[in-house]
Design a protein around this ligand. Structure first.
Ligand code: KG4
Ligand code: ZN
Length: 349
């Protein structure tokens, strides 16, 4: 096999398929978004109330080439104009990851351009840096998604994990509580809509670990407390559902804010980036904004469409790796669990 020809990473295609979104995007010079296409699968998974991995990867197989073609068409460029390809290599659902990664690999090989595997969470953080070019390390990164709830100290070197969830991720808790309240999948956005008009002090729900030292999170106790309240409430009227949704949302997001304030104080950091699907939540954005004002912090949230899974973040993170001279071997594979800062797929290069 010939090695890819070295070229500046001017126009990079990003492919993201770690869960139930197939996404492709084109980013120019690591900064300008030329195209962003996302194909969700909510209809396929809704009957099951959550993502079914087998359905997700089969659905990705059917859509990957269309979504990539759509991104190229949206930018008005031919595949031959690409200078590099970046694809999420982990963490995520293995079958889903492999679809996007294999497609990216084949395309880069055919075009003779370099390929890099991207860490999904590095992608989420890259979305915040793309949206706010003034956001530079060191800063505190709060990653809140369906699979992760963690605080990182982001520096020019390896990211440092400061705290993470001991059980469920916060997005997972939103999804499970939404199900308990009879709301449709995907639960997070449905729950925050249901919470509008609800009284967030109606139910006194626990803020797990808040009173304890440290920077870890825990969401399973909060979910159980909601389950108990639902069982006691009997048939749910719309207003009771709104009160429960609002009370849960307040407890879930207050903990994120208090941990973030503590981490910022502890680490002497003044800039905070909040990324991942739950960063789209308005209640979290408002509460974090108020805390930032009180503590003199600068908080950065990507626009909502760059909080949930997308390929702009993968193209942006990939463009940076390519600019640093990283190139990954055609033999690179996907990994379902990988700590942020590690890229086992690069080791084969
Ligand atoms: O980052 P993401 O798209 O995928 C993962 O990497 O997991 O995050 C998805 C998670 C889901 O749990 C979803 O319910 C949650 O983010 N989410 C929200 C909102 N939008 C998405 N949670 C609360 N409020 C929202 N507006
Ligand atoms: Zn994600």
């Amino acid at each position: 096999m010939t090695s890819p020809r070295p070229r500046a990473a001017h126009l990079v295609l990003g492919i993201e398929s770690s869960c139930d979104e197939m996404a492709a995007a084109l980013v120019e010079d690591g900064l300008r978004v030329r195209a962003s296409c996302i194909r969700g699968q909510a209809e396929s998974h809704r009957p099951y109330g959550g993502v079914v991995p087998e359905i997700a990867s089969r659905d990705h197989l059917r859509s990957v080439s269309q979504v990539v073609e759509q991104a190229l068409a949206e930018a008005g460029v031919a595949a031959e104009s690409l200078d590099g390809v970046a694809a999420t290599a982990g963490p995520g659902l293995l079958g889903s990851l492999l679809v996007g990664l294999s497609f990216g690999k084949a395309l880069a090989y055919r075009l003779g351009v370099p390929l890099v595997g991207v860490h999904h969470l590095a992608g989420h953080l890259a979305a915040a840096e793309l949206a706010a070019p003034q956001l530079r390390p060191p800063y505190l990164g709060l990653v809140v998604s369906g699979g992760h709830t963690a605080l990182y100290k982001i520096t020019e070197g390896a990211p440092e994990l400061l705290g993470e969830t001991r059980d469920d991720a916060v997005g997972e808790a939103f999804d499970k509580v939404a199900k308990l309240l009879g709301l449709p999948y995907p639960g997070g956005p449905a729950l925050s809509r249901a919470a509008q008009g609800g009284d967030e002090s109606a139910y006194d729900l626990p803020r797990p670990l808040q009173a304890l030292p440290g920077l870890d999170f825990s969401y399973s106790g909060l979910k159980t407390a909601v389950a108990r309240a639902v069982a006691q409430a009997g048939p749910l009227s719309d207003s009771r559902r709104a009160d429960l949704a609002a009370s849960f949302q307040a407890a879930a997001t207050d903990v994120l804010v208090s941990r973030t304030r503590r981490a910022a104080r502890q680490e002497g950091l003044h800039r905070v980036a909040v990324v991942g699907g739950v960063a789209a939540n308005q209640r979290l954005r408002q509460a974090m904004g108020r805390a930032a004002e009180r503590d003199g912090l600068e908080v950065f949230f990507p626009p909502p469409e760059l909080c949930t899974d997308n390929a702009v973040m993968v193209a942006a993170a990939g463009a940076r790796l390519l600019a640093q001279g990283e190139r990954h071997a055609w033999s690179l594979s996907a990994f379902s669990r990988v700590p942020l800062g590690e890229s086992p797929w690069a080791e084969a290069s």
